[in-house]
Design a protein around this ligand. Sequence first.
Ligand code: NCD
Length: 301
Amino acid sequence: MDIISVRDINKKTLNEIFELANEMEKQLNNRKVEKLDGVVATLFFEPSTRTKLSFQSATVRLGLRYIDFISELSSVKKGESFADTVRMIDGYCDIIVMRHKYEGAARYAAEIAEASIINGGDGGNQHPTQTMLDLYTILKEMGGIKGLNVRMIGDLKHARTMHSLIYALAMFGANISITAPHGLEMSDEEIEEIEKKFNTKISIENEPDFSNDDVLYVTRIQQERFADPLEAKRVMEKFRITKEALKDAKKDMIILHPLPRVKEIDTEIDKTRHAKYFEQARNGIPVRMGLIKYLLEGEHA
Ligand code: NCD
């Protein structure tokens, strides 16, 4: 089984992965992790801190080994194609976690490889395992997802995390509001498709009022996907989250962010009860352990 897009995964599978993640968290807390056998390859053609390292850490904690591919030091530099690179690495491992700037790269790799492909981000398209840890964090912090008021704010056009998350939130029955700077909105087609599929209404708000939000999910302006860097700079400061901006927010509202943060959340927020983004990143370990276990041992293995 491959993990390419949240659109391929149903609620039952996601819940099974969350149960495994929960079990992993218990095992980690008791310092008694059941060991597995196998090799995971990390194949990243775009920068990464959390996704790559948390997959490597999850792998090691499960007693598996990982091999790492560094594009600058590989035969890609000698002109080897993406397809041949994937074909080779496929012979060395059981799971390939990959990130690439081209949308569809992970799906293409899945056609070539026998190993399970996990999409760690393909351009501005999808980032399904980030969504898994986002939902897991919401479940842990809020006790459920259905009926929660979730606001997604930031670069809704280029951020792959947002395209994955909005679909999954709708699947789990959240009330979704979206806020984006002008020019960085999610497309009408995507919104309408999700509304139709899950019989829901996504509220588009250009002047956000945070007072009803249970979860505020913030993302960075994805400047690397802009044709004009000056344009990115212009919108960077538009919806900066400060203490002042949150003065009417619910006391128990949580703020999530896939990270890296640039300037969109003021560091003064870090010390408030709202800030859950570092815990969220830490949840990447049990969630990715649960996912690896699911892929190696689940009924799809
Ligand atoms: C995100 C990504 O790469 O899409 N990072 C991550 O995996 N946590 C978010 C981002 O780069 O803004």
